[in-house]
Design a protein around this ligand. Structure first.
Ligand SMILES: Cc1cc2nc3c(=O)[nH]c(=O)nc-3n(C[C@H](O)[C@H](O)[C@H](O)COP(=O)(O)OP(=O)(O)OC[C@H]3O[C@@H](n4cnc5c(N)ncnc54)[C@H](O)[C@@H]3O)c2cc1C
Length: 364
């Protein structure tokens, strides 16, 4: 029997496998695909995520481009933001290569990889049986993405409701100079161009409820920026108020619904949750420990969800505010790289609202 079986070898699964195998746990990691495999993703790794990978001992590799400046544009306005420290804001990777390398690192630490599709989990005494394959483990980590079968069959949560899902489409575009976000490219969402040297990743994303409009937005983006090889997938953002651990089953990354409701950033949360699981398993009450360690993350995601509900329907107004007060943009950068708590940023930004509203009314 395995000490830990990890279902899914995306970034969350491979980081968990790397850390747990390194600690000496007999670790099995399973994926329905062989690697390298394609995963629809912009491949944007924020400085916050990059720093966490460094701390873990897995510096981001291979990286196609490091971007210090981020151009945000829409509604005829634009603003360029950068980190005050001069470090990169976003590194761009190709997920097929990035994920394969993380899995290789896990294997070199002693984790055993098997290609297999897991249909669910079932408790058998002290063990958990992986349905669909002939394996059992003391602990299971569900790292099987937004449509996690581990989450649902373990009873930790039911399927996501539509409002917990971001729908995104991405593809390959020509080379671009600047990493760009387009806040008017999709309803309740945005468009992006992430240059990576010889080409760029470009796409749009927004709430699943608006999927028809998002598809139309992508067609417009594709026509304008010659985007080819389109892939679509979902990002789950509903995890902040759901159960992420119980009876030796732990959920991480997209399986746990841990992505930023404002930006769709999921890589940081995938890595962070796997780090916290690996630290929790040594503990006497690992489920309790994991929940405790994840509390600040859950709180942050909850606050971002609340902010997204206010900002997204009024994106034009908020973007004008962003441009009119460059210090808001600068401070937002500090939250995105982990230097300022989102809660403090949000409170501070809201304090600017009354003056901004008066200026807007007076047209000055
Ligand atoms: C279009 C798009 C663009 C995005 N852009 C960004 C970005 O620029 N930056 C960012 O930070 N985040 C981005 N995200 C989010 C990011 O891709 C995810 O948050 C991240 O991949 C989560 O990692 P994970 O390891 O939890 O899940 P995944 O990467 O989804 O990995 C899950 C793995 O589980 C395997 N699996 C699934 N079911 C089973 C099963 N039953 N049995 C065995 N294996 C199984 C899958 O094959 C897969 O390899 C984007 C998402 C989308 C859809």
């Amino acid at each position: 029997m395995w000490d830990v079986a990890i279902v899914g070898a995306g970034p969350s699964g491979s980081v968990a496998a790397y850390l747990l195998a390194k600690k000496g746990y007999k670790t099995l990691i399973l994926d329905k695909n062989s690697f390298p495999r394609y995963k629809p993703c912009g491949g944007g790794v924020t400085l916050k995520a990059g720093k966490l990978l460094n701390e873990i001992g897995l510096p981001i590799e291979p990286v196609d481009a490091f971007h210090k400046e981020v151009l945000v544009k829409g509604f005829g306005l634009e603003i360029e933001v950068r980190t005050s420290s001069g470090e990169y804001a976003i590194a761009v990777v190709r997920r097929n290569l990035f994920d394969k390398r993380l899995l290789d690192e896990a294997i070199s630490e002693g984790a055993v990889f098997k290609r297999a599709k897991v249909l669910g989990v079932k408790r058998e005494g002290d063990a958990i049986r992986l349905v669909g394959i002939n394996e059992a483990s003391r602990v299971v980590v569900g790292a099987d993405g937004a449509n996690s079968v581990v989450a649902v069959t373990s009873g930790l949560r039911s399927r996501w409701s539509r409002e917990d899902i971001i729908f995104a489409i991405e593809g390959v575009s020509q080379p671009h100079e600047k990493l760009t976000f387009m806040v008017d490219a999709a309803p309740y969402g945005y468009g992006w161009i992430f240059p990576r040297g010889k080409d760029s990743n470009a796409g749009v994303g927004g709430m699943l409820e608006k999927s028809k409009e998002i598809k139309r937005s992508f067609d417009r983006l594709a026509a304008r920026y010659k985007v080819v090889k389109a892939h679509s997938w979902i990002i789950s953002i509903g995890g902040h108020d759901k159960s992420i651990a119980g009876r030796s089953v732990f959920l991480v990354g997209d399986a746990a619904g841990l992505a930023d409701p404002l930006t769709g950033e999921g890589l940081y949360y995938a890595i962070r949750s796997s780090l916290e699981v690996s630290e929790s398993l040594d503990h006497e009450e690992p489920e309790l420990e994991y929940r405790k360690r994840m509390e600040p993350v859950m709180r942050e995601l909850k606050e971002k969800r609340r902010a997204a509900r206010i900002i997204m329907p009024r994106i034009k107004f908020f973007f004008k505010l962003f441009v009119a007060y460059p210090e808001i943009a600068e401070r937002y950068m500090l939250t995105s790289i982990g230097r300022v708590e989102f809660r403090d940023f949000w409170r501070w930004s809201i304090s600017k609202l009354p003056r901004a509203l008066i200026k807007e009314k007076l047209g000055i």
